[in-house]
Design a protein around this ligand. Structure first.
Ligand SMILES: Cc1cc2nc3c(=O)[nH]c(=O)nc-3n(C[C@H](O)[C@H](O)[C@H](O)COP(=O)(O)OP(=O)(O)OC[C@H]3O[C@@H](n4cnc5c(N)ncnc54)[C@H](O)[C@@H]3O)c2cc1C
Length: 351
C-alpha cells in the first residue's frame, strides 16, 4: 500500500490551501474527496473577504483581518503556480447597517458618486460605511488551487468517501473509504459540513444552506463595490456578472434551489439597485456552509494523536483559508501557532 505523510480529507478551499502549505514543508500529501474537489461550499460561496470586526464573532476578530492581509500573496502564488487568473477585486465594500452604535464615518464622496446605480432613498435609513475589503471569485480560486496542488505533485483521490479514521496503537494510522484504505501517520479532517460524519469523532458540524443567483449587469461596472445591506448582498465580478445572496437555512443536506426564494433575493437586489430590473439571470445555486453550535471554526488536534481537524468555517471559509492553512501547518509540524486558538479547540464540545 502506498503511504503518505499526511492525508487531507476534503478538497474544499480549506483542504486545498492546507495541502499546499504542507507540501511546501516537503511533506507527501494525498487529498481524498467524496466527489470532485472544490464542488461544495467553496464553489458556492460569494467570495466576500469580510473582515470588518463589528460583523464578526469576537474570537475571529484577530484571525479574520490577518487572513485578509494574506490574500493578495495567497492569490498571487496560486496564479503563479496554476497559470490561471483569479478575479480578486480591491474596490471595497459599501456596508449599509441598521444596528445602532455602528461607527458613523462620512463617505469620502456622495453615495450617488460612489455607486450611481444604488437607490439612495431606499437605503437612506441605514448607516453607510465604505470598507477597504476585497472580494474574490471562489470558483477561480478553487480551480487555481486544484491546478497548483496538482502541479506540486500532491495526490488526489476523487470519488472516494472517507468513512473512518483508522487508529493503531492509540494514534491515527490512515483512513478507510468506501473503496479502499490509505495509510499516513497524520490525518486532517477538512470535510466541511460533513466533517462530523467521519468516525470516530462526531464533530458537531451541520450544514447551513445558502441559495444565491448571478445576473448580467446592465453595464460591466454598473456596480463596482460589494454592497452589503441587512437583507441582501451584491458582489460584482470583473467580467460583468453580479452575484446576489444569500439565504441561511437549516435544511439538512438539501442543495436544491427554490424558484420563489431566488425571485425573493432578486427582488431584494432590485430594491437596492433598481437598474437591475432587466438583468438576465445567469445561474442559481445552493451550497452548504459548515456550521457549528457556536458558529466558530473547529481547528487543531483531536483527542487522537496524529488526527487533526480544520472545519466549521461557516460564512467565512473563503476569507479564513490562508490563515487556517498557516496555523494548521504550525500545529501539525509541532510549532506554536501565531494565534491563540483556544476558542476553536475541538474538545470544547465535550460535555
Ligand atoms: C451561499 C454561500 C455563500 C458564502 N459566501 C461566503 C463569502 O462571501 N465569504 C466567505 O469567506 N465564505 C463564504 N461562504 C462560506 C464558505 O464557502 C465556506 O466556509 C468554505 O467554503 C468552507 O470550505 P471547506 O473546504 O471547509 O468546505 P467545502 O468547500 O464544503 O469542502 C469540503 C469537501 O469535503 C469533501 N468531503 C466531505 N465529506 C467527505 C468524506 N467523508 N470523504 C471525503 N471527502 C469528503 C466534500 O466533497 C468537499 O469537497 C459561503 C458559503 C455559502 C454556501
Amino acid at each position: 500500500m502506498k503511504s503518505w505523510d499526511v492525508i487531507v480529507i476534503g478538497g474544499g478551499i480549506i483542504g486545498l490551501s492546507l495541502a499546499i502549505e504542507l507540501d511546501k514543508r516537503g511533506l507527501r500529501i494525498v487529498i481524498i474527496d467524496k466527489s470532485e474537489p472544490g464542488r461544495e461550499a467553496s464553489w458556492a460561496a460569494g467570495g466576500m473577504l469580510a473582515d470588518f470586526p463589528r460583523e464578526l464573532p469576537p474570537p475571529l476578530r484577530d484571525l479574520a483581518p490577518a487572513s485578509a492581509r494574506l490574500y493578495p500573496e495567497f492569490v498571487h502564488e496560486l496564479e503563479d503556480e496554476s497559470r490561471l487568473k483569479i478575479d480578486l477585486r480591491q474596490e471595497g465594500t459599501l456596508l449599509f447597517a441598521s444596528e445602532a452604535g455602528f461607527p458613523r464615518e462620512p463617505l469620502p464622496r456622495p453615495l450617488s458618486d460612489l455607486e450611481p446605480g444604488l437607490a439612495a432613498d431606499h437605503l437612506s435609513h441605514l448607516t453607510a460605511l465604505l470598507l477597504p475589503e476585497r472580494s474574490v471569485d471562489p470558483r477561480d480560486l478553487i480551480a487555481a488551487a486544484v491546478a497548483a496542488a496538482k502541479h506540486r505533485g500532491i495526490d488526489f483521490s476523487s470519488g472516494d468517501h472517507v468513512l473512518a479514521v483508522e487508529i493503531a496503537s492509540g494514534r491515527a494510522a490512515g483512513v478507510r473509504t468506501n473503496k479502499t484504505q490509505f495509510a499516513a501517520p497524520i490525518v486532517v479532517n477538512c470535510a466541511g459540513a460533513w466533517a462530523g460524519q467521519i468516525s470516530p469523532h462526531p464533530f458537531p458540524t451541520h450544514p447551513v444552506k445558502g441559495q444565491m443567483l448571478s445576473v448580467v449587469m446592465p453595464q460591466k461596472e454598473f456596480l463596482r463595490h460589494t454592497i452589503r445591506t441587512p437583507d441582501v448582498y451584491l458582489i460584482p465580478r470583473s467580467d460583468g456578472r453580479l452575484v446576489i445572496g444569500a439565504t441561511q437555512e437549516e435544511a439538512g443536506f438539501d442543495k436544491q434551489t427554490v424558484p420563489a426564494t431566488i425571485q425573493k433575493l432578486r427582488q431584494l437586489a432590485l430594491h437596492a439597485a433598481p437598474g437591475l430590473a432587466d438583468a438576465r439571470i445567469l445561474e442559481a445555486w445552493a451550497g452548504l456552509r459548515p456550521g457549528t453550535p457556536d458558529a466558530l471554526p473547529i481547528l487543531g488536534p483531536t483527542s487522537t494523536p496524529g488526527y487533526f481537524v480544520a472545519t466549521g468555517h461557516f460564512r467565512d471559509g473563503i476569507l479564513l483559508a490562508p490563515i487556517t492553512a498557516r496555523v494548521m501547518v504550525q500545529l501539525i509540524t509541532g510549532q506554536s501557532p501565531d494565534f491563540d486558538l483556544a476558542a476553536f479547540d475541538a474538545k470544547r464540545f465535550h460535555s
